[in-house]
Design a protein around this ligand. Structure first.
Ligand code: ATP
Ligand code: MG
Length: 426
């Protein structure tokens, strides 16, 4: 017999967690709409080159993490490892860059990584992107949007904002030369990964986790000394806007981010609450990407949130209002079940927003009441023989509030509405 399991690193999200995801999605929808961002839905599969060219041939993602395959026609396709490339492709393809565009998308991303807490092979991102604005007010707004999401979810206190400017491509080129020159003199002190990166992607050495490499870097040339004037001014303006908005930040000179397409502003939101997988959100400006994809010169910036990590943060919070059944319907037998059916349908229409669960599968009153109790419902509605005869229903409080009452069918909706309104202090 075959023992079927989900693919390593690809997980099922079970009902005990889906309510957290729904809560997350609800807050996301509200906040993004408030800031004037519109949803775009993008395919999960794209031409491999779309990613290799934009993210960078010598990045971890492209070198070792992509799910790449040939389709039946021999074309190289990949499951998307991130969303920005697709979003830019769509903007160019549909000529959306005529006006300022503020877009968001959400969905699964795929990276072949070592699965661990907060790191999966299929994971989900919320991506938020703005096109057609060169000034740092866009960068500031994006940061404030992410902050509003944290506030809406009650995790703001758990997250720290780190910002940096990596300058223009030209400025970064000069810095790269200086960095390589410095590190080449200390090549033997570098960890293996960093030695390799010295040839391929030296800026990535800056976020090496290796202690000796980190120690070495304290004397390395500083990126901030190489910044072009425009990047310097824009960064100062960004910081002034954050301060004006009351948004705390930490400038982290080592922050460079792993993808090739960034310039000027980069930022990350990190937390201590998730161990090694502490980065919940990363983003920055990518002014060159639209032209690289054949579009008209269009400045742009964006960020992506790792939703699994956010859900882990939500799980760590004390109070979680697990949604539960409000009313559980108990019936004496098949005949009373049939009698109850249209009445319960009508009740659901009369009480939108109330979870009314009808018992399924028969069984004794005793076993049905046990289920009613476990459901967390406040009331059991009982349809028995006498209720049927008198066109009424018995309402039994399950949370020891008040007496059991029998009400005419046409009075029960109003009675329940009032009971729930009273309890909620509405
Ligand atoms: P990390 O350094 O943790 O690998 P990254 O720099 O590769 O992150 P980005 O490409 O910037 O990540 O993606 C944005 C966010 O998506 C990350 O900050 C993280 O929260 C989340 N993320 C990235 N890879 C994974 C993964 N394999 N599993 C779960 N979440 C992920
Ligand atoms: Mg990564």
């Amino acid at each position: 017999m075959t023992d079927y399991r989900s693919v390593r690193g690809m997980v099922d999200i079970l009902p005990e967690d889906t309510f957290l995801w729904q809560q997350l999605e609800a807050v996301m929808g509200t906040v993004l709409q408030q800031y004037g961002y519109q949803e775009i839905r993008l395919p999960i599969i794209e031409a491999t080159q779309l990613f290799s060219r934009s993210i960078g041939e010598v990045t971890d993602i492209v070198e070792k993490e992509m799910y790449t395959f040939a389709d039946r026609n021999g074309e190289s396709l990949s499951l998307r490892p991130e969303g920005t490339a697709s979003c830019v492709r769509a903007v160019v393809q549909h000529n959306l860059q005529q006006t300022v565009q503020k877009l968001w998308y959400q969905g699964p991303m795929f990276r072949y990584e070592r699965p661990q807490k907060g790191r999966q092979r299929q994971f989900h991102q919320l991506g938020v992107e703005g096109f057609g604005v060169a000034t740092p007010d866009l960068d500031a707004e994006l940061i404030l949007v992410s902050n509003a999401l944290w506030r809406g979810l009650g995790v703001r206190e758990l997250l720290t904002l780190e910002v940096n400017s990596i300058g223009s491509p030209a400025a970064r080129g000069l810095f790269r030369e200086a960095l390589v020159e410095f590190l080449s003199d200390h090549r033997t002190t570098l960890d293996d990964d960093s030695q390799r990166r010295l040839e391929t992607n030296p800026l990535r050495i800056l976020d090496s986790k290796n202690v000796d490499t980190q120690a070495l870097l304290t004397d390395a040339p500083a990126l901030s000394d190489f910044l072009d004037e425009q990047s310097r001014d824009d960064f100062a303006a960004l910081l002034a806007m954050l301060t004006a908005a009351g948004q705390p930040y930490v400038v982290n000179e080592r922050l460079v981010r792993g993808l090739d397409y960034y310039n000027k502003t980069v930022f990350e939101w990190t937390t201590d609450a998730l161990g090694a997988q502490g980065t919940v959100c990363g983003g920055g400006r990518y002014d060159g990407l639209v032209t690289q994809f054949g579009g008209r010169d269009t400045p742009a910036a964006g960020f992506a949130i790792g939703l699994e990590r956010l859900v882990l943060l939500l799980k760590g919070l004390e109070a979680q209002s697990v949604p539960q059944t409000d009313i559980y319907v108990v019936t004496a037998d098949a005949k009373s079940q049939l009698h109850a059916l249209p009445r319960v349908e009508a009740l659901r229409q009369a009480l939108p927003g109330r979870a009314i669960q009808a018992h399924l599968g028969g069984g004794s009153f005793k076993s049905q009441f046990k289920r009613a109790d476990r459901s967390g419902a406040r009331f059991a509605l009982v349809y028995g023989e006498s209720e049927q005869a008198t066109e009424s229903v018995t309402l039994k409080p399950l949370r020891s509030e008040g007496e059991q009452v029998t009400l005419p069918d046409n009075k029960v909706a109003a009675f329940l509405a009032e009971s729930f309104a009273g309890a909620n202090g509405e």
